[in-house]
Write a protein that binds this ligand. Structure first.
Ligand code: GDP
Length: 597
């Protein structure tokens, strides 16, 4: 941290990422106790060495009423998550491209991949939606291409948060009969953020209603200019059904791979990413890896996250044994002591001892990071909110494999609750819903149990029904997230809104008592109905509020008076209220509406 004191007018404090309580207090000329006290008042118990992030420091300065101080971010060009693509040596060899298909649901990602692999997987997937990230490899022109079968975009973004940059090329799949849809736009943004090269597959061209030029025009308004129109994006019209142009799509992928000169070193210790992991009876942990550098062999020692393995068996994506796997190769291995997490990086070590040691060091580093975790503005805002009783949504997440649990949890965390609801993840786990989950959910932190691709045994369902514990089991991540969002919205207090109905110009006031005013006039705008609320506006000022008891047209009770009509009104009042000729009555209704997130 730098301190730069200018003249008396303003003091600039530069913060690189975060600042300790001690440093901030001294920069502000405050006692540490005063700052800690201020944090405490906002629900944060901080120690002198605790680090506060930029936003928290900024909020605290405001909260403490300190003026003439400005915080500035000190630039620390942080290298982002692609730290994976380590510096290559001169003798790096070209490697197969790693490709992901992304796009709007039902636009044909799974069908395209199936057709490409000539292998039916769609039927096995619930609702045809791909659930787990897995990987496949195919050969075209005697060259390999690795495809990642991706889960929803949220989950994919979650993997990225884990520090993984998986793909070289993203194939954006758009149905020619449906055009660009919200998830298409998301996919484009994702690919751009991830620095991946983009190819567009305009799918379903066999369909009636397919309109390739319109789809291209649609895409160009979203920043993707087709090559044919002078832009730089290859767009291939294809059909997953008839197989038309799929060769061309693969040609284009290889063309991009050539232009990008994708390479990796082979003669380095093997490294890569965990892309899926689960337990299987008889086999223990079964882990899918994508090798990104070096060559992985059976019998080698690798560390990933807090665990390590001596690779016992290694299979290719078709389930055939493989002795070694080079860069861009997806493999399934057994031999891990525990389940590593989705997105964990793996590295080869020369022996068991050093692999184990690396896993222990990793665990220690993680524990330390947790212990001295920065106080972030999210924590602060959450605490401030919970001070004025913000709502808490407790959940327990169960999934069939670790990857899906991580995806669900990360995706849940990404729901923007605008600081109004705090998501509290009470517990997570791999496997079916158990008695213990129900006990936990029925406890102090009453929770909703979300299952993803798991079973709910009948006795557990009964137990949950008895204890009034909601179990919500899904096979499609979007549906789970939609439900969570709705449930959080249900927690919010309804919002009261006023809906304007109409205006009347008062032309006569016939009777005024303590409880009632009888008046007449012309509706100049909108309408008036019995039961509406009415503001009496004198000159330009609203002076009081009453309610319309009844409406009359030519002395006969009416359901409404509309603009242009003249009629009479009875207004309900609670005390004697002044209404004069020339005043305006503004009619409105007050409604409770459910707040949205
Ligand atoms: P995803 O959600 O993007 O993975 O989409 P799917 O691959 O599950 O496809 C959704 C639906 O569109 C399925 O009923 C497919 O059979 C159908 N479909 C996919 N591609 C094509 C295509 O090229 N032509 C036609 N006619 N139907 C297709």
């Amino acid at each position: 941290m730098d301190k730069a004191t200018g003249d008396d007018a303003e003091k600039v404090i530069k913060i690189a990422g975060s600042i300790t309580v001690d440093e901030l207090a001294s920069a502000l000329g405050l006692s540490v106790t005063a700052l800690i006290g201020g944090l405490f008042k906002n629900g944060i118990v901080a120690t002198i060495n605790q680090r506060l992030d930029f936003e928290t420091a900024e909020i605290m300065i405001g909260e403490l009423g300190i003026e003439n101080v400005r915080l500035e971010r000190k630039n620390t060009a942080t290298k982002t998550s692609d730290s994976f693509r380590t510096e290559l040596s001169d003798h790096a060899k070209s490697r197969p491209p790693v490709v992901a298909m992304m796009g709007h649901v039902d636009h044909g990602k799974t069908s395209l991949l199936d057709k490409l692999l000539d292998k039916k997987t769609a039927e096995k997937e619930a609702g045809g939606i791909t659930q787990h990230i897995s990987a496949y490899q195919l050969e075209h022109d005697k060259r390999k291409i690795t495809f990642l079968d991706t889960p929803g975009h949220e989950a994919f973004a979650a993997i990225r948060q884990h520090g993984a940059m998986l793909t070289d090329i993203v194939v954006i799949v758009v149905a020619a009969d449906d055009g660009v849809k919200p998830q298409t736009v998301e996919a484009i943004k994702f690919a751009q953020d991830a620095n991946a090269k983009i190819i567009v597959a305009i799918n379903k061209i066999d369909r009636e209603g397919a309109d390739v030029p319109r789809t291209m025009a649609d895409l160009s308004t979203h920043g993707l200019q087709p090559e044919e129109w002078g832009g730089d994006i290859i767009m291939v019209p294809v059909s997953a059904k008839t197989g038309e142009n799929l060769e061309k799509l693969l040609d284009s992928i290889l063309l991009i791979a050539d232009v990008e000169e994708l390479k990796a070193d082979v003669d380095i210790p093997a490294e890569g990413l965990v892309i899926e992991s689960h337990m299987e009876t008889g086999k223990g942990s079964v882990v899918n890896l994508l090798v990104t550098g070096g060559e992985l062999k059976v019998g080698e020692f690798i560390q990933a996250g807090n665990t390590y393995a001596k690779i016992r068996t290694m299979l290719n994506f078709r389930g055939q044994p493989k002795g070694k796997a080079g860069p861009s190769t997806p493999v399934t291995v057994t031999g891990f002591k525990d389940l590593p997490s989705f997105g964990d990086r793996f590295i080869e070590y020369p022996d068991e001892k050093s692999a184990r040691r690396a896993s222990v060091l990793n665990a220690e580093a993680e524990a330390n990071a947790m212990a001295s975790a920065n106080v972030t503005s999210t924590d602060l805002l959450r605490m401030m909110n919970s001070a004025d009783n913000s709502k808490v949504f407790n959940v327990i997440v169960k999934g069939d494999v670790l990857g899906s649990v991580t995806s669900v949890v990360d995706s849940l965390k990404m729901i923007d609750t605008k600081g109004e609801v705090t998501l509290n993840i009470v517990a997570t786990g791999v496997g079916d819903i158990t008695e213990n989950d129900v006990y936990m959910a029925a406890g102090d932190d009453r929770a909703v149990i979300y299952g993803f691709n798991v079973n709910v045994p009948t006795n557990i369902a009964k137990m949950a029904a008895r204890d009034d514990v909601p179990i919500r089991n899904y096979k499609v991540i979007y549906e789970l997230l939609d439900n969570a969002k709705e449930s959080m919205e249900d927690l919010l207090d309804a919002e009261i809104i006023e809906e304007e109905l109409g205006v009347m110009k008062v032309m006569g006031v016939f009777r005024t008592t303590k409880n009632e005013i009888i008046a007449g006039g012309e509706v100049t705008d909108g309408k008036v109905v019995p039961g509406a609320l009415a503001r009496i506006v004198h000159g330009k000022q609203a002076v009081s509020e009453t309610e319309v008891a009844s409406v009359q047209r030519e002395k006969i009770e009416a359901k409404e008076l509309i603009a242009g009509e003249v009629g009479g009104l009875a207004l309900k009042t609670e005390k004697k209220t002044a209404l004069e000729v020339g005043d305006k009555l503004e009619f409105f209704e007050r409604k409770e509406v459910k707040k949205k997130l």
